[in-house]
Design a protein around this ligand. Sequence first.
Ligand code: ARG
Length: 457
Amino acid sequence: MWGGRFETGPAEIMEEINASIDFDKRLAAQDIRGSLAHAAMLAETGILSREDVGAISDGLKSILAEIEAGTFTFSRALEDIHMNVESRLREIVGPTAGRLHTARSRNDQVATDMRLWVRDTADALDLQLAGLQQALAEKAQAFAGAVMPGFTHLQSAQPVTFGHHCLAYVEMLARDRGRLRDARARLNECPLGAAALAGTSFPIDRAMTAKALGFDRPTANSLDSVSDRDFALETLSAAAICAVHLSRLAEEITLWMTPQFAFIKLSDAFTTGSSIMPQKRNPDAAELVRGKTGRVLGALQGLLVVMKGLPLTYSKDMQEDKEGVFDALQTLSLCIAAMTGMVRDLEPDTKAMKKWAGAGFSTATDLADWLVRVLNLPFRDAHHVTGRLVGAAAKRGVGLEKLTLAEMQEAEPRITQEIFDVLGVEKSVKSRTSYGGTAPANVKRQAKRWLGQLAKE
Ligand code: ARG
């Protein structure tokens, strides 16, 4: 394709390091879509004859059919997807194929292909995330009042409900979706027509190709168009944050699955056994979601490092954007699918969760709040009194509710029998009615709101 000034072919190792076809063949559909739009524009502007463009377009469509049917032979010697398609086009339509590259370079071509691929994939991720939100919101509705321990520092803090915990992830995923959409909105400008770096002398219509490919507008600076990959970085950043959220949920599922916690059960469908220990049921899917997150984060870091020292405009380094972007976004997609399956599958053990919800003096804050509300103590004093009571209970090895009234009054003489009313975990969660709090009535309302919103999408 560019052999004019060359006398011999590349060294074998040159071909090996240069070729990207093994991974960028994934861009075939996007590449042909872009070429069809470019060709149609070349006809419309009179740069190419309608007859030539007709032949080129038919050829491109039959190439796409060959690729989809698996009959296309990809060649390493032809470097990448762009050259593979063009070379096949030449076999089909003859020298006319060479006219397709008028007013275009592989630099704007690959930038366009990548934007199209990232856009398609981000849209699919958004849909998948809505499905995961749905699964979580349904669990939240079903277990809006199921009391479980809430932790800070992984130490018993205050009782919460399982539904509330599920909805926390629904909120995180909503922000993840927002970030993906924000990235998509900025990505949605078309680099096609920037040519190699400086634009072109042909009277092309960039607005036309942009529109045909579903972009909002053409990019405004040809140098920027072929040299930046921030659209990929931004989408990877959103993907990385989302993967971190999934990883945290995966960690919790793994923890909750231990016989020591035993908060949830996962069925045979989402667990594996051990080849030596017959009693085992391992949460491999959750562990893999947690593990694969490393790859997603690595891809973001990898591309940032590839880009950081590059002068404008295109450098071949940028070919290294592909494997990381493909792998990270597909890995995220797999993780969302596995997580959605696990969330649907998991069964909370409400008895076990409730038992542990009361452990670790988790209603101590309720006690302190009672002292403030009923005895009008300043909160800091109430905190101190409650601390002494927790100390007394710990010394006796019992929960706060097992202290006698006399023991309570040793710490604060005005305490009455009524204080025992606030020490139960059910009471505790029921009282957390502030907006966003864990009261079952709140959780039900929020779950309903989410389910309604997701149904409308
Ligand atoms: N395969 C190349 C890539 O992915 C296409 C662009 C090549 N451009 C060039 N000037 N060699 O980056």
